[in-house]
Write a protein that binds this ligand. Structure first.
Ligand code: PLP
Length: 380
């Protein structure tokens, strides 16, 4: 039987061998990283090594890395009212782009007391800078959250321009870089981000580990839960030593490979998209925008995404629908709705996302499956 082809790397990634080895070593340590004895110090060392690795990966100081249980917690921890921006005022408004992950869209700690203001995107899937400028003008300064790369379309957002607008209006910028880290360079200083969220499992680390990285000391930054003083009083609770250690190892393995992986995956994506288009009547979302090298979101009129995902699965291939599916209920993608994609295509959006184990042969098998499926699904 042919091996499975995994093209759902934006959902999660296989554990890198380096991360597995780091975690196995961590599981053998008995100590609590807050203990001062030898066993405790050994566990602490793993965490501090990982902190260094994550900080280096995003161009920040290790002391400004706050480990969390993943990207969702990182986003909710970052989105807190009362942080102080350049204006010296506590920020009481939250502005987020329309295509954010649901953990950002739902407002983090601003919910339910404050409402979230939404910055629209263009039909190509990038945040609309003119509309953002007007949202920020003449009002009290805001905490603004715009992701670096979208999980569905892969569209890369104009973060440096966003940062200029936000800071010019006295606010602070949070950047969800969960999908970007390990796929494109992430440099918090160049981006101008005040807070960045990252997650281990999107780049070959374990599920359940992530971080918020701060650009510097942020006045009023408070933990989500009160408890022990871990993570410099910014995230209470005994650290997930193995998860954090696996995160550090994954980052350390992914980053040196980036320079070679970006052009390789771009080439695979170009081949994939040329193949899809050659079968006719296919729309690729955000095709003209700058995108992650590994992501293609496409739809063919008349083909429903849920049916296609099941059909691909039966062909031995893991792909994903562009619509969010939780608790068995499929809801249309808020990202594609925000891009004003017509509803037939929203219903049919299929996401193919690749990674370091994806080969040319995988892409050819995917194209062959799609050619066959279009026939089966009535579009041949
Ligand atoms: N932000 C983005 C852009 C994501 O794609 C995801 C996961 O899909 C998250 C945040 C949440 O990360 P985690 O699964 O680590 O909670």
């Amino acid at each position: 039987m042919a091996e499975r082809v995994y093209l759902d790397w934006n959902a999660t990634t296989p554990l890198r061998p380096e991360a597995r080895a780091a975690m196995a070593a961590a599981f053998d340590l008995a100590g609590n990283p807050s203990s001062i004895h030898l066993e405790g110090r050994a566990a602490r060392k793993l965490i501090e090594d990982a902190r260094h690795q994550v900080a280096t990966a995003v161009g920040a100081e290790p002391r400004n890395v706050v480990f969390t249980s993943g990207g969702t917690e990182a986003n909710v921890l970052a989105l807190q009212p009362g942080l102080v921006g350049a204006s010296g005022e506590p920020l009481r408004r939250l502005v987020v782009s329309a295509i954010e992950h649901v953990s950002v869209l739902s407002g983090g700690q601003f919910f339910p007391s404050g409402h979230v203001e939404i910055a629209p995107v263009t039909p190509e899937g990038g945040v609309d800078l003119d509309k953002l400028r007007s949202l920020l003008a003449g009002q009290s300064p805001a905490l603004v959250s715009v992701m670096l790369a979208n999980n569905e379309t892969g569209v890369i957002q104009p973060i440096t321009e966003v940062a200029r607008l936000v800071h010019g209006a006295g606010g602070l910028l949070h950047v969800d870089a969960v999908q970007a880290l390990g796929k494109i360079p992430v440099d918090s200083r160049k981006l101008g981000a005040d807070l960045i969220s990252v997650s281990a499992h999107k780049l070959g680390g374990p599920k359940g580990a992530g971080a918020v990285v701060l650009a510097g000391d942020l006045q009023n930054f408070a933990p989500l839960l009160r408890g022990g003083g871990q993570e410099r009083n910014r995230r209470a609770g005994t650290e997930n030593v193995a998860g954090i250690s696996g995160f550090g190892a994954a980052v350390a393995a992914a980053l040196p490979a980036l320079a070679a992986e970006m052009p390789r995956l771009t080439k695979l994506r170009e081949r994939l998209e040329a193949g899809l288009l050659s079968f006719g009547d296919v729309a690729i979302m955000g095709a003209q925008a700058q995108r992650l090298p590994n992501t293609t979101l496409f739809a063919a009129p008349g083909v429903r995404a849920e049916t296609a995902v099941i059909a691909f699965d039966l062909e031995g291939m893991a792909v994903s629908s562009g619509s969010a599916c939780s608790s068995g209920k499929v809801t249309p993608s808020h990202v594609l709705n925000a891009m004003q994609v017509r509803s037939e295509l929203v219903q049919g959006a299929i996401r193919l996302s690749s990674g370091y184990l994806t080969s040319e042969a995988d892409i050819e098998r995917c194209l062959e499956a799609w050619r066959k499926l279009r026939g089966v699904l009535g579009r041949g």
